[in-house]
Design a protein around this ligand. Sequence first.
Ligand SMILES: NC(=O)c1ccc[n+]([C@@H]2O[C@H](COP(=O)([O-])OP(=O)(O)OC[C@H]3O[C@@H](n4cnc5c(N)ncnc54)[C@H](OP(=O)(O)O)[C@@H]3O)[C@@H](O)[C@H]2O)c1
Length: 292
Amino acid sequence: MSQPTYAAQQTAARGPGILVVTGGTDGIGRALAERRLGLGDTVVIIGRAREKGEAFLAHAREIGAADRARLLRADLGLVAENRRVLDELRGAFPVIDTLVFCARHYRSDRAETAEGVEETFAHFYLSRYLLGHGLADALGRSAHPVVVNVAGPGAGLDVIRWDDLEFRDGYHGGAALGQAGKLNDLLGVVSAERYADAGLRYVLVHPGATVTSLSGQYDEATRRHIEEMQRTAKPLAQALEPIAAVVDRPPRQPLSAFVEGRELDVRTGDFDAAAARRLDEVTEVVLKKVPA
Ligand SMILES: NC(=O)c1ccc[n+]([C@@H]2O[C@H](COP(=O)([O-])OP(=O)(O)OC[C@H]3O[C@@H](n4cnc5c(N)ncnc54)[C@H](OP(=O)(O)O)[C@@H]3O)[C@@H](O)[C@H]2O)c1
């Protein structure tokens, strides 16, 4: 039997609000930021590259929306930077309606941040953990809060290396990214449970292989694969469509997951609540080790 379609689950369209998008300087995040800016949202994009951020602000000026566009430059791999971003967002926006996670950077070689955390784990999971929980109060003040975590939902729990989450042994860029995607599924499980009373909808989204900047530092073999992807993957506009749809009309249930617009069943063991709570505890231990 086919999976239920998204169209059957959606709520009413939301009006303009405050949208924060990490990785909003490029790719899917940037396309979503521009789209929602055009629909009247106040949009904060977060990324590292000044030029790309400035290009978004120039676009905002062109469409007469300069007063609704903000750029926050930050390296989200650093816990301290996430905390600075949280302070700035909380200071500027008591209410946040939509939080979208799109920051991602591939590394063929293992690297650690200046704070001593493996880089993929740090920016692709830990940042989303810090920002999602850290902005829960601001989201809770929205009439229709939604978090959209764009990663790769649906893998099995066996991709998680519980005794080596930071890949100290046998690092592989794809495996590190795949594991972090799974950790985001579990982050969604905990968040949906914890903030359901505040009306939060947590939506996990896999866009499928898409032509974007595919930010990363690649070895030769992976670079060839990426070049092939840039020729054959789906266009950005096509990947954006189902993501824009969940932002416009969030699903009714507290937690949902979609792969290329097709809904997954989040009641399966892949979204196990005990594993999610275990990860929550382990994450707090990791954070305690990061120097303040
Ligand atoms: N494209 C695909 O085929 C594909 C497939 C599956 C899932 N996804 C998911 O879709 C989402 C968007 O991917 P995309 O391909 O559209 O992205 P992309 O074009 O590769 O752009 C990545 C974005 O992340 C930002 N970023 C990377 N590292 C960062 C850091 N340490 N701190 C702050 N910002 C950082 C980049 O900003 P700066 O350059 O300004 O730092 C850029 O805005 C990601 O979550 C990805 O996992 C994509």
